[in-house]
Design a protein around this ligand. Sequence first.
Ligand SMILES: [Zn+2]
Length: 468
Amino acid sequence: MLKEQLKDYMEAHRQEMIDDISALVSIQSDRGPAVPGGPFGEGPKKALEKAMEICGGHGFATKNWDGYVGTADLNDGPSCLDILAHLDVVPVSDGWTVTAPFTPKLVGHKLYGRGAADDKGPAVAALYAMRAVKELGIPLKGNCRLILGTDEECGSGDIPHYYDQVPEAPYTFSPDANFPCINIEKGSIKGWYHANYPEMTALPRILSAKGGTKINVVPNKAEAVVEGMDKEALRKIADEVTANTGVKFDLSGEGTITIQVTGQDAHAAMPEKGNNAITGMLTLLTALPLADCEGVQKLRAFQKLYPHGDWSGMAAGIAMEDKESGAMTSTLDIFSMDLTHFEGQTDCRCPICATDENVTEVLKAGAEAAGLVLDESCKLNPPHHVPADSPFIQTLLAAYEKYTGEKGEPLAIGGGTYTHHLKNGVAFGCEFPGGEDVHMHGNDEFVNIDELILSAQIFAEVIVNLCS
Ligand SMILES: [Zn+2]
């Protein structure tokens, strides 16, 4: 029975697998300045060379594609399945407690080190799936190719270099996310609004306002400075806004009052888990008895498009949902304002029914009607969808179910994975539902070796089923 054979094979190769992952984790492969043969820096280059050496050592034909990606082929048959993983990592910060980030350490079933979970461990699990199929002598008609990228964390500049030269395989999966499998990735729009107006001079006025530091995050902090308002009157309005929104306001100063705004941060794909400090701040500012002027009128119009608590895009006219991918989410992640100008960036995660017509054009028209400008660059990054009832997804889910005994339902997510632009590519593994938090991108990142060994069996089953 294949299942028992694969289980025995992986258990017998547990230590070798740990050694190979450790060899890769030991190389600090975050992005750096380009070097000859290493477009993403010395670290990614070294990790790629090491990975090619490991794959070659296990008997696979390898190729280094100018330092962008490396490939290892299971056989010389026609292209059938690509497995896409990556060797670059995110930078580390202080505060690792179990081991230094590039000194891998095994504690029980956990192997600690930067990149152990994202994505060097899963890359090696895929390699061992290929090894098992080859060494167990299972006959295949088509090829399974492992593609190891070196720039997933900084914009995936590695991938076009490869796919400009080689067509996409009939099937591709990337073990860089979650089981059972992610067959839908929402689209996104990240558009900047701008407003210019004559200098606000009459009192009371807003001197400045700002909030949020980066896109993708619902901000928990914002700050505004208001001049010419009575502090008690401001306090009273702020308390009312707090009662309605849960956003808190700390006031300091007299005459010129600084307002510290505190909400709750969250991933922009899950805005319901946060409490947006920017929209809380705009609710307060637009409720103040400010001297009327064009800047204030534009701010009020903008606030009407992004009222606090509206993360469905209702007010902006883009609320929509579908059965497969769920609802639109729309957040305001960044905002800044001075006496003559304000700007804000919206972050929309769009369901598969979204198009430039029914989202981008609607946002543009809404901006225009409010006297604002939505940046020309604002465009839908289209959603990605491989139908759940396709033979490919059914094969992946069946393998997952066979080895875990759990029902496999495909997932829809708001973020984009490595396979977002592949027609028939999905994320598959290696985090299991309900598993421990592996501190991906954080301190004390680890990978659960037991789970990797199980992942490798699932991958081997998929290789056999798709390539024979
Ligand atoms: Zn990753």
